[in-house]
Design a protein. Structure first.
Length: 74
């Protein structure tokens, strides 16, 4: 709310004017679709943060592989 106080924004009249302008510019169906997509995205994000990720074990590579040749050319 600090930015709202700095710019003098935040009273109900300002919010109402912005809502009307958005409704005129984008239309009701676009705004409803945006809200639906935003809700689905938040739901997927919450689901992804709750579930444990699938971690695949990577074999240790501390020793050199036996298939590599280590011949030295003079």
């Amino acid at each position: 709310m600090i930015l709202a106080n700095i710019f003098g924004f935040g009273n109900p009249m300002d919010v109402g004017i912005i809502a009307v302008v958005a409704l005129v510019l984008f239309g009701g169906t676009k705004i409803a679709g945006f809200g639906k997509n935003l809700g689905e995205g938040l739901k997927e994000f919450k689901k992804a943060t709750r579930d444990e990720p699938d971690v695949k074990e990577i074999p240790s590579t501390s020793a050199p592989a036996a298939t590599e040749s280590t011949t030295k050319v003079d």
